[in-house]
Design a protein around this ligand. Sequence first.
Ligand code: GLU
Length: 450
Amino acid sequence: MEINENERVRFAPSPTGSLHIGGAHTALFNWLWARHTGGTFILRIEDTDRERSTDEYEQTIMDGMRWMGLDWDEGPDKGGSFGPYRQSKRMDEYLKTADSLVESGQAYRDGEAVIFRVPRGEKIGFDDVIYGEINVASEKASMNTDGTIKDIVMIKSDGMPTYNYAVVIDDHAMEITTVIRGEDHIANTPKQILIYRALGWKEPRFAHLPMILGNDKKKLSKRHGATSVFEYNDMGYLPGAVFNFLALLGWTPGNDIEIFGRELAVEKFQLSKVTKKPAVFDMKKLDFVNQEHLKAMNPADRREVIEPHWKEMGFQTEKFTKKYLEDALTLMGGRGKTTRELAEFSDYFLDFEAVKARYTAGDLTPEHRAVLKKCFGATSEKFSGRDWNAPELERFARGWCEENDVSLKEIAMPFRFALSGRKVSPGVFEIAEILGGDECKRRLAHYGLL
Ligand code: GLU
């Protein structure tokens, strides 16, 4: 760990939409750096676009961050000594500072607007923590499409500050030490540096995060599917897995470690180790990471994330003990890439109706039925109330099959279908143990196999 309690970083979303993948990625990397260094993580709401900004979006962004476990130390809801944390509350300062630049001749008025005069012949350079040295001539910092210099609007004619101007005032006022944000802001950085210089302020360090691409190698956008982090929640992805997966977009803790939790990420995170190589948002990788997190959960936590899906599917989970539900999920042994999928795969533990809807036993010939009835009849007799556990059931079934010259498969497969309605499942005797003797007999009887 490199402790640097003076590190101050910020996530500065515009509340014009919910927390999307790109925003969550930026928030995460800021959070990791703050927590790694023992510094401060600030949430600043950039709401100067009054038409598109809403309180609801501000709330969903905060909820999205909370869902991912990204807590902030200073912010609009939390306060702090560097406020206000909403740009709309800092208007006086934006206007006052703009006036001072007009007075010093570095900016001019055009009607109600205030415009920064881009200086000629200056070299602007910065050493991006991730992208390395970037040098631009001031004439190239802000250009019209035809390549001529374009002075920078600071205050628009409606009196609102522009992003490139307000961000400088805010980052300075909040004593931000490192600006960590998406690579789409690299082109804005020279403009911001010019304003820092004009004001005689020292600029922060800049660290631009790699671009995130979809599987088609095009910049990630709505076309690639779910964009809001809550959509991932609804699809059955765990917050810890999304956290892990997003951290891997541009960074790795090393030693081939791919699956990790918050603590390890905080301990190992290095801003200077983040790569500028575009990172691919690969759903298959997310599935893999999610499945690994699901597997590694303790039974009680796993039950808690699956129960809402079962309820949504119409099952009355309260009819069962916690232990029953947890044992069922443990037996599923890592099946299911998402919580939703795991809930579906394990539906037969919750309600026989799910089985009936899938399986009619129409595949069984009269001869096969006769054999099954004999076997299950003997089983039912042998285990009247006692010893209904997987090893005993299996031992009995094997013995019976041998005696009667029947293959175990002939018994086990229909047994599996009668209990689960599925062709693929965990061991059928283990399923039988968890369901219990009475329930198994009920299911067999329904199919006329007992
Ligand atoms: N509001 C800006 C955005 O969402 C912030 C960029 C920055 O971090 O400077 O892109």
